[in-house]
Ligand binder design. Sequence first.
Ligand code: G3P
Ligand code: CA
Length: 361
Amino acid sequence: MRSVCFISITLACIVSQSLYASERKDPIVIAHRGASGYLPEHTLEAKTLAYAMGADYIEQDLVLSKDNHLIVMHDIYLDEVTDVASKFPDRAREDGHFYTIDFTLPELKQLRVTGPFVNVLGKKVPKYGKRFPLWHSQFQLATFEEELELIQGLNQSLGYNTGIYPEIKKPYFHAQVGRDISRAVLQTLKRYGYTKPDSNVYLQSFDAEELQRIHQDLLPAMDMEVPLVQLIAETDWEEKRVQQAGQWQNYDFDWMLTPEGLKRIAGYATGIAPWYPMLINDNGTESTLLTEARKLGLRIHPYTFRADPLQIPGSYRNFDEFIALYVDLLQVDGLFTDHPDKVRRYLSTRRERQPREEIFP
Ligand code: G3P
Ligand code: CA
């Protein structure tokens, strides 16, 4: 796995970039799983808070239920954000996981949702320290339709035009059980009016072959022109598995980091969403990925910026300094963040700050 090596931002760079920061358009703020730094991820409550915090786009990770409803949740498993193990103890598969696709929507609605947790010595421990307390209050899983109606309803009642940023989760997994999740996502987008490049939607996936299929076949057949974003992962994250010589293996993502790979991506996608360390080399220079993507005119939306103390890389003194590098120096076009209020605040105050104040907050 790539080593997470972060550069120290030189004062000179920040000064020079700050001088013309005010001339640039702000990058878009993408609420990663909602305002997930404050409320359980992907709940309608977390999405409402993200909306109120001024996110430009709100993200939906999507998986299918047994009865073909699109459920907004990050994993194909229910294990780490719900009480499925106590409500349906006999429904785990042999690998120990409870799969969303094995449950109907009425069953999924019985589950209680909480923030992500991990099991440590048989005890459930929050994945991100001091966020919203585990199991407090009452939260439910939501369908894609419910969330679109929430965001569109708020757009009408408040008068903003907040966008959506759905991700098709693991098309290869859904295909194994005969499901076409991409078609289901596009059908829902079309039903809710997200059909054109200016419909305030980006559609993302880690699966390059599936995005090409969407670009070449599904979108034209459905008379849609939704902009696509290629997510880029480390190969060992298991975002996609493929069969080679009868063996299941991790899909190799490395081609996406090359100039040729990016040219290929530019043939079907409007942008890329890389893990943020991929934009910087270990010696502090900008990566080939960043340079070449910019040359090709691809939008660059790195993930995921978290303000929890343990999630800010050690070479930054605070969250503002962390995102300053990506906003002002690398000049990305958008950021996925669990803390949309903090990114929004940084963007709105940086224009007023003098370079000296930005260096010494
Ligand atoms: O989709 C952007 C970012 O969310 C990718 O990572 O694993 O949180 O879906 P993940
Ligand atoms: Ca995602």
